[in-house]
Design a protein around this ligand. Structure first.
Ligand SMILES: NC(=O)c1ccc[n+]([C@@H]2O[C@H](COP(=O)([O-])OP(=O)(O)OC[C@H]3O[C@@H](n4cnc5c(N)ncnc54)[C@H](O)[C@@H]3O)[C@@H](O)[C@H]2O)c1
Length: 386
């Protein structure tokens, strides 16, 4: 059965503009999505989204239905077994996801799913009891270099991970965005916001489990005066004794090429030799210097628009593929009779490629420990009795 899902998107901010809405528009072109309703708190957010020149160029034939109704009523008025896309600030994920499940909807959530392991368990239970799929957009997993690394690591080509470092620093100008209203000391920090991508990736590649975390964080002020932990240095220890250092910030110079700086290096060992895996995730071999500037190192891999014929532009990249895979999983579940849905959900969980609450709980355990560590000046927090 081919089935078009109606989509209720909660949150109309940056990630909805940059990745989620263009993916949904493309799915609608392909007949996979029907109506698209987007809910945000302020009408101006929705007006900005509707007026986006990037989206108009790429999807001149498409539009969405805008609403500022409370998300509870938007979700409750969506027909059951359709799709909720959750793109609100981190501290709201739990409530919005539970409301979506209560309305009988499959869920595509931005990362991090939630900030506590118990909340992830609660979401998993609620979804399972209704035969619904919850997928988390850890889109770096769908970068082919991550999938290559996972396959080769698990084939033993690198031996065992020992020491590694990762960084992801967003540009300074992020501080001027809506982040200053929610990514503040009480709610989150640079590590929980962006560091989680690389913690997830190391687990995804190696299959190791994080066992302890410590995070030193520097407080800094946003332009509106709010305080955030805008610079973080984390150390994550793993089940085989390996150690990963992760640095994150909203502080990469605006003048730097590319939209951020990021990458992962892992040193490994096996038998009588060492091995190395290094990903430059910001510099991907592409340099542009535009007439009149600036010099830029764009990533061709996350999310780009290309001309492939037909109306507008076609989105490509692992950001698109990640949402596509989540939608595919919802379709798979819907193709099954109710009594078979649990088995399909088990299979997707077990494959470990798409992030689900069940197979990516290492992230919540690390985030929960990280928040404690930050509040206690960087003390190491054990994540299990090991
Ligand atoms: N690389 C990534 O994976 C990535 C990148 C950016 C953001 N994110 C995640 O996406 C989420 C949103 O980030 P963003 O950058 O789009 O933030 P943003 O601040 O730009 O947008 C948040 C949106 O949520 C809406 N919202 C807030 N409270 C609401 C409510 N009660 N009801 C309805 N809408 C509400 C706001 O109106 C706004 O449209 C965060 O969890 C963030 O961590 C992930």
């Amino acid at each position: 059965m081919t089935r078009a899902f109606d989509a209720a998107v909660i949150g109309g901010g940056m990630i909805t503009h940059d990745q989620l809405l263009p993916s949904l528009y493309q799915f609608r072109r392909l007949g996979l999505v029907g109506s698209i309703r987007i809910c945000a708190r302020n009408r101006s957010t929705l007006e900005r989204l509707a007026a986006s020149e990037t989206l108009r160029q790429a999807f001149p034939e498409q539009s969405f239905e805008a609403t500022t109704e409370p998300y509870e009523s938007v979700l409750a008025s969506t027909a059951p077994r359709q799709l909720a896309v959750v793109a609100v600030p981190d501290p709201l994920h739990r409530d919005v996801i539970l409301a979506a499940l209560d309305a009988g909807l499959h869920v595509c959530s931005v990362k991090p799913l939630v900030m506590r392991a118990a909340e992830s368990e609660e979401i998993e239970r609620e979804a399972r009891s209704r035969g619904l799929f919850v997928g988390i957009d850890y889109h770096k997993r769908f970068d082919d270099r991550s999938l290559m690394a996972r396959r080769l690591y698990r084939a033993g080509r690198f031996g065992e991970f020992r020491l590694g470092s990762a960084c992801l620093l967003e540009k300074w100008s992020y501080r001027h965005s809506n982040f200053q209203n929610w990514c503040t000391v009480e709610n989150s920090d640079a590590f929980c916001y962006i560091g989680c991508h690389y913690v997830d990736l190391v687990q995804f590649i190696t299959g190791l489990e994080p066992v302890a975390v410590s995070v030193y964080a520097v407080r800094d002020r946003y332009p509106n005066g709010n305080e955030g932990y805008l610079w973080t240095d984390a150390r994550v220890r793993w089940s085989n004794g390996a150690c990963l250092n992760v640095q994150n910030a909203l502080g990469y110079p605006d003048e730097g090429p590319g939209s951020n700086t990021q990458g992962l290096t892992m040193f490994c060992s096996g038998g009588d030799g060492g091995a190395l895996l290094r990903h430059s995730d910001q510099y991907r071999g592409l340099e542009y210097s535009f007439l009149g500037g600036p010099y830029a190192e764009l990533s061709p891999d996350y999310f780009q628009y290309v001309q492939t014929g037909g109306p507008g532009l076609t989105p490509v990249g692992y950001g698109y593929r990640s949402i596509e895979r989540i939608l595919e999983a919802c379709r798979r579940v819907e193709r099954e009779p109710p009594e078979r849905r649990g088995a399909v959900l088990d299979e997707i969980d077990g494959a470990g490629i798409l992030a689900t609450p069940g197979n990516s709980r290492h992230n919540e355990r690390v985030l929960e420990g990280a928040r404690t560590s930050i509040h206690e000046g960087g003390r190491e927090v054990k994540l299990c009795e090991c």
